[in-house]
Design a protein around this ligand. Structure first.
Ligand code: 26W
Length: 814
């Protein structure tokens, strides 16, 4: 039976009564939201159970994506879209007197991630389910997600993200599947029947309790699982030995120390800090995840030797690297396999993705810490290292002098990337350029030893969320032109190419963009009481705040325009709205100063009587998945201006392109591939290449000061930072100024300034010819299908995981 607005209205009214004792008239939007979720869950849960049952019956090979971060955002709209029910629910809500947007906004963003790495994991889950692939997520159920950002007086202030305050509607606690994870203690070695045995004593026990979130596939019956682990104290720890209170307080202390393990997400992106709690979190995820996988595998009654034919573990960066020694431990100590068998199984089961080459982001843990927290794992890592170094010594004499830099244990540190590479069968980068840099530079000696393990998987984004959900009007315009097949086969967006020069189509694209701008402008007006011009160029720089992402370079262009307007009030500028969204790591003071500077520039520019009609600068606080969803459909220009070689891929670049924004960018990460697809005339490329950056770094030839001295425009921009123009005092921005001149501008902002300014004037010129601009925009949309994460996941499935779709049969749902 197909559901109608009337049926659904009835169901929702009944839900309101049975769950909240409310009539429609008395129900709050939150109650309506919860009623919707409860209703959706009835069919999702039926398919969920069916999916798991089918995987077991068909013995499908399963992928487990281990990640410390899953940046899901809200799920209600994307689940409804995937279930084919979005329009029905929207219409029904309207007929019941509710604004669907208000209702959907009741869902708190699940912000269990910092940025690109976490959002990629979420897009991958959507694609796995949509391609009917048996792939699941393993993560941590942080009680607090990434901090909420407030801007107070121009400064970032961090507030806790208490996302579980109201019930999280999508999760199901599986108390019966709880698992014990052990920390610390000592290891005793004995010999039984000539076999070495390891006995772990005096450890601390932590209970890992899984909370499962269903991952709904698009237009199919597949529902996969994201399993998020929560740390709880084991109940049998506490016995009342006496009526004295201290047992009780001791227990509370203990309980709190355990729960800390899954309490919060470290708000750090691209910077590694050796914090013991983070290491505990990593092992907690790894041990609980692996134990639950082995438990399920054993139900298939297959020998452990065949594990890799049934299970693949993909580790999202090095954060879950401990899967390598932990799987060894479980296979040897629990399952009684010998080293060689266990090693062969482990190596065939684990695959590793690298997401950064920034040296400050590469994890290295002090040996002492690993030894204390995981004494048995330490012994195993030690043995892996010995065997690896010996192999190098005998099989690769030409690499002998490189052994200290390739070792897993060296200089009293454990090198997680080395452990990952040695313990896995696949090592992949996330964009062509990034993979080449891994092979030719950062991991070159490993590439010599394991050439077959290296491969590239250029990132992608789910077009369902990032086009269909966020931009329904553009979706309709596309489908009117080329039909709807592209929705299942996003590669077919290239059918739009002939429409690039079609003036009627251009007009409809322009109309949608303008409507999206009006919508964003209304939001900004409501939220910030700031009026932006919906006819202006919307220039968007949204991503984490980091030196290498060069928000500062963007700002220098803005200040430069401001200076030009001051010099020549009649300057002919197409009005532009510069939008920034960015969180800075709480301890990253340079990044925080840049936020303050953006806001200080905004204050000046937006309040200038003559200039504010030409330039507006907006810093939107609390950048998050939901905020990205509002901004991206309205964007004309996508700022992807990282120092070449530093941005592994970028995925915001893909989201913006798919929504018709043109890229101004360096030849970095996936920008290179975007440029190859759209052609040089449809992208604004500028700046140093990665090879040039490596050259300057190696030769030490760059002198930032020369650029300051020789470029008057640059001097005029920079001097404003230290002469009280943007701030009441002249020291507010001195760190920024000094990092450029005295620390020699690590990210080549001054070096690329001139080239960037030129690229920006090409943008303004191109925008003047609207028909030309629209044709460029259409080419970008047309070529964006390549960046659907469906393509990426299909490549992982074919090349790394060797898995095929499992079709889930039809359930009879009322
Ligand atoms: C241990 C501290 C830490 C935490 C997170 C170090 C490094 C990270 C991540 C690797 C940073 C990250 O999110 N990398 C981004 O991954 C995206 C998905 O592949 C890429 O698109 C981005 O270019 C890359 O910066």
């Amino acid at each position: 039976m197909t559901m109608t607005v009337d049926n659904l209205s009835q169901i929702l009214k009944e839900k309101l009564t049975s769950s909240f004792g409310k009539s429609l008239e008395d129900a709050t939007t939150k109650e309506m939201f919860q009623s919707i979720c409860l209703t959706m869950k009835e069919s999702i849960h039926a398919n969920w159970q069916m999916t798991q049952q089918t995987y077991d019956e068909k013995e499908s090979k399963q992928v487990y994506y281990f990640s410390m971060e899953f940046l899901l955002g809200r799920l209600v709209e994307s689940n409804l879209l995937n279930m084919g029910m979005l329009n029905l629910y929207k219409e029904t809500l309207l007929s019941l007197g509710f604004d669907p947007e208000d209702v959907f906004r009741e869902e708190h963003d699940a912000g269990l991630g910092n940025g690109g790495l976490g959002r990629l994991a979420a897009c991958f889950l959507d694609s796995l389910a949509s391609l009917q692939l048996p792939g699941h997520g393993m993560g941590i159920r942080y009680k607090y997600g990434l901090f909420q950002q407030k801007v107070v007086n121009g400064y970032q202030v961090e507030l806790p993200d208490n996302w579980l305050k109201d019930e999280y509607m999508w999760e199901t606690k599986r108390g019966d599947k709880a698992i014990e994870v052990r920390f610390g203690g000592t290891v005793e070695t004995t010999v039984d029947n000539g076999h070495l045995q390891f006995h772990h004593h005096d450890y601390e026990r932590v209970l890992a309790v899984p909370y499962d979130v269903p991952i709904v596939g698009f237009d199919n019956n597949t529902v996969n699982t994201l399993r998020l682990w929560s740390a709880e104290s084991t109940t049998n720890h506490f016995h009342f030995h006496s009526s004295r209170g201290h047992d009780y307080y001791h227990y509370l202390d203990y309980k709190r120390s355990i729960e800390k393990i899954s309490e919060f997400l470290y708000p750090d992106d691209s910077y590694y800090e050796g914090k013991i709690l983070r290491l505990k979190q990593q092992y907690f995820l790894v041990s609980a995840g692996l134990q639950s996988i082995l438990h399920r595998y054993k139900k298939r009654n297959k020998p452990l030797e065949q594990l890799s034919e049934h299970v693949v573990i993909q580790i999202n960066d090095t954060h879950p690297t401990l899967v390598v020694p932990e799987l060894m431990r479980l296979l040897m100590d629990e399952e009684k396999l010998g080293w060689d068998e266990a090693w062969s199984i482990t190596q065939k089961t684990v695959a590793y993705t690298n997401h950064t080459t920034l040296s400050e982001a590469l994890e290295k843990w002090p040996e002492e810490m690993i030894k204390t927290l995981f004494p048995r794992l330490y012994l195993i890592i030690h043995e892996i290292n010995e065997r690896f170094c010996k192999m190098l010594w005998y099989d690769y004499p030409e690499l002998r002098e490189k052994i200290p830099e390739m070792a897993i244990l060296s200089y009293e540190q454990v090198h997680m990337a080395h452990l990952s590479m040695v313990g896995s069968f696949s090592i992949n980068g996330v964009a062509k350029l990034h993979t080449d840099i891994l092979k030719d530079r950062v991991m070159k000696p490993f590439y010599t030893v394991f050439p077959k393990r290296f491969n590239n998987k250029t990132n992608g984004i789910t077009h369902r969320r990032w086009l269909l959900n966020v931009n329904p009007k553009l979706t309709d315009v596309i489908s009117q032109a080329i039909g709807t097949d592209w929705i299942h086969q996003p590669g077919q967006l290239t059918d739009l190419i002939p429409f690039a020069t079609d003036s009627a189509f251009q007009e409809s694209i322009a109309k949608v963009k303008h409507e999206n701008k009006v919508k964003l402008a209304n939001f900004i007006k409501k939220q910030y009481d700031l009026t932006i011009d919906d006819q202006s160029i919307v220039d968007v720089h949204i991503k984490r705040l980091h030196g290498y992402k060069r928000q500062l370079l963007n700002l220098f262009h803005i200040i430069h325009l401001y200076n030009r307007c001051l010099e020549d009030p009649s300057l002919d500028l197409i009005p532009r709205t510069f939008i920034f969204g960015a969180k800075a790591a709480p301890g990253y003071s340079f990044a925080k100063q840049v936020i303050k500077l953006i806001n200080a520039v905004a204050e000046k520019v937006n309040n200038h009587p003559d200039i504010s009609s030409k330039i507006k600068v907006v810093f939107l606080e609390n950048y998050s998945v939901s905020l990205a969803e509002r901004i991206i459909p309205a964007a004309d220009l996508s700022e992807q201006i990282s120092t070449a070689s530093k941005e592994a891929s970028g995925t915001g670049n893909m989201k913006l392109m798919m929504n018709g924004a043109l890229t101004i960018g360096t030849l970095d990460g996936a920008n290179v591939e975007i440029g190859e697809l759209v052609g040089t005339e449809n992208i604004f490329t500028f700046g140093l290449t990665s090879d040039e950056v490596f050259h300057y770094q190696r030769e030490g030839e760059y002198r930032a000061r020369d650029y300051y001295n020789n470029d008057r425009r640059l001097r005029n921009v920079m001097d404003l930072l230290v002469n009280e123009h943007f701030s009441g005092d002249d020291v507010e921005f001195k760190d920024i100024f000094y990092s450029l001149l005295y620390n020699n501008d690590e990210y080549f902002v001054l070096k690329d300034f001139d080239s960037y300014i030129h690229a920006q004037s090409r943008v303004q010129e191109a925008y003047q010819n609207q028909s030309d601009w629209l044709s460029k925009s259409i080419v970008n949309i047309a070529q964006s299908g390549m960046f659907s994460s469906d393509r990426t996941i299909q490549e992982y499935a074919n090349d790394i995981w060797k898995i095929k779709p499992t079709t889930i049969g039809n359930l009879i749902i009322k």
